[in-house]
Design a protein around this ligand. Sequence first.
Ligand code: ITT
Length: 194
Amino acid sequence: MKLILATSNKDKVREIKKILDDKINIFSPGDLNIDSFEVVEDGKTLKENAYKKAKAIYDITNLPTLADDTGLFVKSLDFRPGVYSHRYANENPTYKENRDKLLSELKDKDNRQAYFMTVLCFIDSRGKDYYFEGRINGEISHREHGDKDFGYDQIFRVNSKTFGEMKEEEKNSYSHRAKALDKFKNFIKNNYES
Ligand code: ITT
């Protein structure tokens, strides 16, 4: 099966390629000479934004397309940054600027509970959309740990280690994204493989 990943985030592409089976041939928009695609991510939910991204690429390619929208939801910040996790510190932040802003907002907070949520939107070759969710609970550490510089990984701790301290295989064995992709893999197995 040929699948286009509707994302411009190279860290997501790397994780998704590692988690999905070899049976699925994954292409990035760049592989099809789509250098940029305009999506205004102004949805109120991860699901809305995932659909917007998948639809933008599907409309260009008419090929099966998968998009991932992910957010970090922090309990003592009324579940912010949530759907705004990308543009949290400013309009075009580095990962580090976002982490610094979150740590500073949580400076005086004892409750550090948080969760990551991923919603995948798959649009099949006929244009029908399907959704798959994955969530993992954890907590925000008081400072950065580890050297894996992807989003909030260095400050999101599960079982006494941050994602930033884990080997990618360990993160991928139970992350929000892996849980959503497991559901997607089952869906593909049941519907597209004989
Ligand atoms: P696309 O829309 O092109 O897919 P994006 O980076 O804008 O890329 P999202 O809106 O889904 O994607 O992600 C919001 C931010 O959440 C992202 O920029 C990272 O900072 C962070 N993020 C997403 N997945 C993450 C993960 O697995 N670990 C840590 N941070 C993550």
